[in-house]
Structures are given as C-alpha cells and as structure tokens.
Write a protein that binds this ligand. Structure first.
Ligand code: AHR
Length: 515
C-alpha cells in the first residue's frame, strides 16, 4: 500500500515536472513599445496571370455570361477578395508577361488579335481581357494595380507607350488612343515591373545583361503628372545571391525602387507530389522548405544592405507559394491544384516571416489568386469556394499597415525521423487603435504547444482569438463541402499580469487580439 502511494506521488511529480518543462519550452517575449517599422499592406498582395483558369473563368466570364458579373468580371470572386482587403494585384504574368503585347488587348474585343499562350497549355488567348478590363477589375476590388512590362520579347518603345497610355494626361497619341477606347482620365498606375524572371522564361539573361537592359527600359518608363512610378527590377530565383549582388551593383537606388525575389515551396521540381495525398515525410519537407524563406530573406537583405544601407530599394517577393502536381485529369499546363491545411500553414508561416522582415520586404504576391497554384479561390462554372489559404489571408489582414512588434521566441522542435524544425512561428503587430495582434502557427501534426508570452511595454486586459485547424492535414474545401475547413473562435488563450498563456493545438494557426 505504502509502495503504491509512493508510486502515485512519483508519477504525479513526473507529470508536474513535464508540464512545467513543456511550458518553459515555448517562451515568447513581445516588445509592445519597441515597434519601429510598418507592415506594409502590400505584403498581403496577389498575383493573376493569363494561365489556366485564373483570368478566364476565374475573374473574367464576359458580359453575356449567366454567371453574375459586372462588365464581365465575376461578382462572387470580387466580393470574396474584397473581404481580404486585397491591397494589390499583379498582372499579366509571370512568364506570360514577357510575351504579352499590350496593344493586342485594347480596342473593340472583336477586333483584338488572337495569340497562342505558349507557356501555359498552348491554348488560344483571344485578348478579351486586356488593359481596360484589368484596370476595371482593380477598381472593382479597390486595390492597386501592379503591372509587369514585357522586357523579354517586347521593345523599349512598346513598354514606354504602355506607361504613357496608362498614366499620361497630356496631349499625345497614346492619351488620345486611351480616350478613344473609353477612358478619359489616366489611371496613375504606380507599381511597374520591368520584366519577369529574365534569368529564365523572360529571356534567359545573365544578371549583367539584364541590368543593362533594365536601365535602358526603365529610363523610358516615365513619370506623368504627380504619379511616381515604383520601378521593380527582376530579382533572383530563390538562393541565386549572385543575381541580387549584380543587380544591386549595376543599378543605382534612384533607378530602381524594388527588386523582386521569386521562391516557391516545392518538394522537387521533377516530383512535386499530390496536393491532397501526402506522407508525413512530404509534409515535414514542405514545412522545412517553407522555413527556408527566412534564410533567403536574411541573405538577400544582407547583400542589399551593403549597397543600399538607407533601404531605398525594397525587396518584393512577388511570387511565392506552394506548387504541387496538378489535380488528376486537368491540363498540366494550367497548374490547377487543391489547397489543404498544409497550404494554410505554409501561408501563415510565410506571412509571419514577411511581417518580421517588413523593414525591407514591402510587397509580396502569392501565386496565384484564382484556380492556379496556391489559390485563394477555386471556381467551376458558377460555383466558387474559398481555400484554407484564403482563410489565413482573412485572419492575418489585421497586420496590414500595422506596426510590427519585435519578438523573441524560444520554442520546441517538431521532429521527424531524426530531423528537427521549430514547431512554432509567430509575428505580432500593433494597429492604429492600439490593439495588439499575434499570429501563431504550430506545425507539429501530433502535439499541442503551451506558449507563455510576456507582453512588455503594454497594458492589456483582454484576449480573444480565432483558429484555423482541421482533423487532418489534408482537409480541404470542395464545391460540395465548401466549409470543411474554416476559422472558429479560439478559447485556448488566457491573460494575467501582462502574461499570455496559449495552448496551440497540433497543426493549427491562431490569431489573437489583445487589448
Ligand atoms: O506562377 C507560375 C509561374 O511561375 C510564373 O509564370 C513564373 O514567373 C514562375 O516561374
């Protein structure tokens, strides 16, 4: 009897020590009074290319479609994106941009020439969605247009005239043409990329050759009226640090305002794996690849700091996201993929990383908005569903234009077959009302995480939250079950004496509001 009592005491003691140890393993300090940098809302930007069913059927159905639309643009898609406070939309590509000739996409639609979309499925592009339709879409969304000019196969004159057509209010042939096509006032487009992936599909150039070309093209992308163009140079593919170094060396800060990095979370380019059927090994590797964004940003920004210590040139991550095999039975050139809780975790971690690098990272554009790669929205005829990634953007919108709060996080690892990655990722910001928002992820698929978070420099008394999780990592929304995964109220956080205690369930994303 006595032995049994001892055993019980021993077990209770072990349990107590384990609980305390676990709490101590995940510790965070948020410095609520030390925020210096703004999380630019453009980090929550999007990308839409003439690829598969992103533009056609995703956004554009035409005025005569039975699908409810405004001047040819789907109402359901616009409404859903407005709920994200979509800040900007990048267009027309991607690889498509460097073979797009904008003059083919203006004027009466029946007269517009057709072309072959050689990059994406070899389908016929009838140019029915062009400059005016894109600008109308941005106006309906209430977002900034971000246009990529054609440097790979277009001329300097062509790029220069597109800027003039969009932005000039003076007497000129381009202005007259725009007016003839129904638009009196200039649109004052601000964000302008000079080519896309010019190290690859945009012309297979060396960084030396590209920087010479950039300077030449960018010279003729003029400012009109009070509008100041934000000129964006093609940046590196992932870890091509030589590309960043060469661009920074050869192009002065006054000649470019940003450089655009592209990085996709992909298992292997030759074997990407299915979007909805994956092993824990594939899941672990995916998260590991996603976390590599942190190292990329650290190294690219270190190079930029050497050439531009005043941070006049921003880093944009204007293509990012997951890339899986296309859904069975769909056109391989259309890049149509499903989207699960795994994708949502990739989105949440990436956005935490961008938030934390907001001093230099001023824009990011997930690829792509509708029906392509890590989409927000999937459509089929008149049906539409939002993805788990959409829910992350909706939950995280509280960070847009808020002040980033520096934080220090010590956390446990998620271990798989002898490899380790941090289980928790976090970012925090203070909005204009003084409310603090903390976004957290726990990538461990089996174990919850107890986090103790000290809020320094803040007087707070209330915490509320929302959570995105599901019974399995591959849960996703379909047209039949559009709410299989959606945010819910989170009750696992408590606050006392400026210390937050959070119990983050396995495989979950939580956004807390503290005030
Ligand atoms: O987003 C799909 C493609 O990926 C883009 O067209 C290209 O820029 C990148 O390689």
């Amino acid at each position: 009897m006595e032995k049994l009592a001892h055993l019980i005491i021993l077990l209770m003691l072990t349990f107590f020590i384990q609980v305390v140890a676990q709490q101590a393993d995940n510790q965070m300090v948020i410095n609520a009074d030390l925020g210096k940098f703004t999380i630019n809302k453009h980090i929550y930007g999007h990308f839409s290319e003439h690829l598969g069913h992103c533009i056609y059927e995703g956004f554009w159905v035409g005025e005569n479609s039975p699908i409810p639309n405004t001047r040819g643009i789907r109402n359901d898609v616009v409404e859903a994106l407005k709920k994200l406070q979509i800040p900007n939309l990048r267009w027309p590509g991607g690889c498509f941009a460097d073979e797009y000739h904008w003059m083919d996409g203006i004027g009466p639609r029946e007269n517009r020439p057709k072309m072959i979309n050689t990059h994406w499925g070899g389908v016929t592009e009838d140019n029915s969605f062009g400059t005016h339709e894109f600008m109308d879409l941005c106006e309906q969304l209430g977002c900034e247009p971000y246009i990529t000019g054609n440097l790979g196969s277009g001329s300097v004159e062509e790029m220069s005239k597109w800027v003039e057509y969009l932005n000039s209010d003076a007497v000129s042939p381009m202005t007259e043409l725009r007016k003839k096509n129904g638009r009196e006032k200039p649109w004052n487009v601000k964000y302008w990329a000079v080519g896309n992936e010019n190290w690859g599909c945009g012309g297979n150039m060396t960084p030396e050759f590209y920087s010479d070309q950039y300077r030449r093209y960018a010279t003729y992308c003029r400012n009109y009226g009070n509008n100041r163009l934000v000129r964006v140079a093609c940046g590196p593919a992932g870890s091509d640090y030589r590309w960043t170094e060469t661009i920074m060396k050869n192009i002065r800060p006054g000649q470019m305002n940003a450089i655009a990095l592209h990085y996709y979370t992909v298992l292997e380019w030759h074997q990407k794996g299915a979007a909805t059927q994956f092993s824990e090994q594939e899941y672990f590797t995916t998260i590991q690849r996603c976390l590599f964004m942190d190292e990329l940003l650290e190294k690219h920004t270190t190079i930029m700091d050497r050439y531009d210590p005043e941070k006049r040139v921003a880093l944009y991550v204007d293509e990012w996201g997951t890339w899986w095999d296309v859904e069975p039975g769909t056109n391989p050139g259309f890049l149509y993929q499903q989207n699960t809780l795994r994708d949502a975790l990739v989105a949440a971690i990436s956005l935490n990383i961008f938030n934390n690098y907001c001093e230099r990272v001023q824009m990011a554009n997930i690829a792509q908005t509708v029906n392509v790669l890590q989409a927000m929205i999937l459509t089929k005829d008149d049906k539409m569903t939002v993805t788990p990634t959409y829910h992350v953007f909706e939950m995280y919108k509280v960070h847009q234009d808020a002040t980033m709060l520096p934080l220090d996080l010590k956390c446990k690892n998620y271990e798989f077959e002898g490899n380790k990655i941090p289980a928790v990722s976090a970012s925090a910001s203070k909005d204009k009302t003084g409310a603090i928002h903390i976004s957290l992820t726990n990538v461990d698929p089996k174990n919850s995480q107890e986090i103790t978070c000290e809020l320094r420099g803040a007087k707070v008394s209330k915490v509320t939250g929302r959570i995105l999780t599901a019974s399995a990592l591959n849960v996703h929304n379909t047209f039949e079950k559009p709410d299989a995964i959606m945010p819910a109220e989170f009750k696992g956080a408590s606050l006392s004496n400026q210390v937050l205690r959070v119990k983050l369930p396995a495989k979950s994303i939580v956004v807390l509001t503290v005030n």
